[in-house]
Design a protein. Structure first.
Length: 295
C-alpha cells in the first residue's frame, strides 16, 4: 500500500507498506504528490505529480520519470505493469474555442508509444487499461468516450449522456463500465450499450464483466440508494439485478481481481469513542462470508 502527503515546504512524501502494515520504504520529492497506483501484480508503483509521473519498483527504486507539458488529469497502469496511460491538458485547440486534452501511452521502459489529441472536449475524466495493456479507454467531461487498441488504433468513439466521471475496463477487455454524472453505462467491446442506470454510479466490475457493483450514492444526489449487484450474462445477453443491499456508512467497494463473485465493502468510521469502528465485509455474491472490525 502506498500513502502520502504534502508538506508546507512544497515537498511530497510517500510511504510504502507491505500487507502486514510494515513500512518498507519512503520517498521525498520536491514536487507535490497528487496520486498513486500499484499494478495488480504488485511489482510497480506509479506516483503522480502535477506534470510528471515516477515509475518505481516494489523495493523503492525510481526506474524512470516522465514529464508532460501540462497538468495531468488522470492515469492508469495495466495489471501486469507493462503499460501506463496518462491523460493531461494540452494547448488550446486550433479553432480557439477552448483547450483540449492529450492521452499518452507508455511502455514499462518509459517510452512513449503513441499519443492521441482530444480537442474541445475538456478534461479527461477517466483512463482505464485492460489487464495486459491490449486495450485502453478514456472519457471526457465533454461526454465523449474513446476505445483504443494497445497499438493506438481508435476502435470506436461515442457520445454519452452526461460528463464521464469514471470508467473501468473488465480485465479481459470484454466490457467497459462508465460512471456519468447521474448514473452508469455498460458497453461491450464493440461499443454497444447494454446497461443505462440513471440513479447510481458504478464502483467495480469483475474480471470477465459478469458481476457489476453499483455503489448506491449518486455524484449529484446525496440520497443513498441500495447497493445493486448486477449480473451480466454474456451468453444470453441479459442483465438483471441479482441483489440489492443496504450498507450503512458505505465508504468503499471492490471486487477481488481474480474473482467473478467475491467482493468487499467497507463501512463506518474509525473514531476515538467506544464502538466507533469501521467494518470490512467480505461477500460471495450477496452472502457475507466474513466481517472484520477495524477500531
Amino acid at each position: 500500500m502506498a500513502s502520502g502527503y504534502n508538506t508546507s515546504a512544497g515537498q511530497g512524501v510517500v510511504y510504502f507498506f507491505n500487507d502486514r502494515g510494515k513500512l518498507l520504504w519512503n520517498l521525498t520529492s520536491n514536487d507535490y504528490f497528487y496520486g498513486s497506483a500499484i499494478s495488480a501484480n504488485g511489482s510497480v508503483i506509479v506516483l503522480q505529480y502535477l506534470e510528471s509521473v515516477s515509475y518505481i519498483s516494489v523495493d523503492g527504486k525510481v526506474l524512470w520519470n516522465y514529464s508532460f507539458p501540462e497538468a495531468i488529469t488522470n492515469f492508469a497502469i495495466s495489471a501486469d505493469s507493462s503499460h501506463l496511460a496518462v491523460g493531461y491538458f494540452n494547448a488550446p485547440s486550433p479553432n480557439g474555442t477552448g483547450g483540449g486534452s492529450e492521452l499518452c501511452y507508455l511502455n514499462s521502459k518509459g517510452e512513449s508509444l503513441w499519443n492521441h489529441t482530444i480537442t474541445d472536449q475538456g478534461e479527461i475524466g477517466f483512463v482505464s487499461i485492460s489487464s495486459n495493456g491490449s486495450y485502453v479507454a478514456t472519457g471526457t467531461l465533454g461526454r465523449i468516450v474513446y476505445f483504443f487498441a494497445g497499438n493506438g488504433t481508435l476502435l470506436w468513439s461515442l457520445l454519452t449522456f452526461n460528463a464521464n466521471q469514471q470508467g473501468m475496463i473488465s480485465a479481459d477487455a470484454s466490457y467497459l463500465l462508465i460512471g456519468e454524472s447521474y448514473g452508469s453505462l455498460l458497453y461491450d467491446f464493440r461499443g454497444n450499450l447494454l446497461l443505462n442506470d440513471t440513479q447510481q454510479p458504478p464502483s467495480a466490475i469483475s474480471r470477465d464483466g459478469s458481476l457489476i457493483l453499483l455503489s448506491g450514492v449518486s455524484y449529484y444526489n446525496s440520497q443513498v440508494q441500495p447497493i445493486e449487484l448486477i449480473e451480466n450474462n454474456s451468453g444470453t445477453r441479459t442483465i438483471y439485478v441479482l441483489a440489492s443491499l443496504n450498507i450503512t456508512g458505505l465508504s468503499v467497494l471492490s471486487v477481488f481481481p481474480e474473482s467473478n463473485a467475491e467482493w468487499v465493502a467497507g463501512s463506518g468510521t474509525i473514531g476515538p469513542g467506544a464502538g466507533e469502528c469501521s467494518t470490512l465485509s467480505f461477500y460471495n455474491l450477496s452472502i457475507v462470508e466474513a466481517a472484520v472490525a477495524l477500531c
